[in-house]
Design a protein around this ligand. Structure first.
Ligand SMILES: [Zn+2]
Length: 204
């Protein structure tokens, strides 16, 4: 539901006029650092907000901030969470890259619109960043054992975070989502056909 927030300034007219949508995750802050070399941020605040708005509030209620930073250390790190499990970082990456090495058992590159061993389209990398990396990092924010002595035991660890990501990716992609950006749905048959023909072109 859209809510209009108005603040009347001392001059008598609205100083701030914001249309806020209470269904959107307003409390989450974002920061962006400018990447070095030719690295780019594949996803942005709006992309992340769409994903969050599709998830139950309980799954991201701990989330305080998302940082688009440049700490991928030679593309080995795509994203991570801070020690307090309240902040998520999504890392800048090279402009042309493949992510086959980042896949776990049970994931095929085609699921995201990528190809095994080759460079992925920007759309495929973005899809992976949002519907695997971001969901995985949100997985790490899930409280597993509230009474555990350390945060390492309190919150979801690697396997549980990845299981969370894959389960939510399946659920969100199980039916079409009305959005103009194809990143929020699995690749269409046309996109996959185009990816396949390009990969065959490379091999010839
Ligand atoms: Zn992890």
């Amino acid at each position: 539901m859209a809510v209009e927030l108005q603040e009347i300034s001392r001059f008598g007219y609205p100083a701030i006029h914001v249309v806020a949508d209470r269904s959107m995750p307003l409390q989450v802050k974002f920061s962006v650092s400018i990447p070095g070399a030719d690295r780019i941020h594949y996803v942005n605040e709006q992309d992340v907000l769409v994903v969050l708005s599709r998830l139950p509030f309980e799954t991201w209620q701990r989330l305080r901030a998302v940082h688009f930073n440049d700490k991928s250390w030679g593309k080995r790190t795509l994203g991570y969470v801070n020690l307090g499990r309240r902040d998520i970082a999504l890392c800048a990456l090279p402009p042309r890259m493949g992510l086959s090495n980042a896949l776990v058992r049970g994931q095929a590159p085609e699921r995201f619109g990528g190809i095994r061993g080759g460079k992925w389209s920007v759309l495929a990398v973005r899809r992976f960043m949002l519907y695997d990396v971001l969901l995985h990092e949100l997985g790490h924010l899930q409280l597993i054992d509230e009474h555990a002595s350390s945060s390492r035991l309190k919150f979801a660890r690697e396997k549980q975070a990845q299981a969370f990501a894959m389960e939510w990716c399946n659920r969100l992609w199980s039916k079409p989502f009305a959005h103009s950006d194809p990143v929020h749905n699995p690749p269409s048959p046309e996109e996959l056909a185009s990816v396949l023909s390009q990969s065959q072109g490379v091999q010839v």
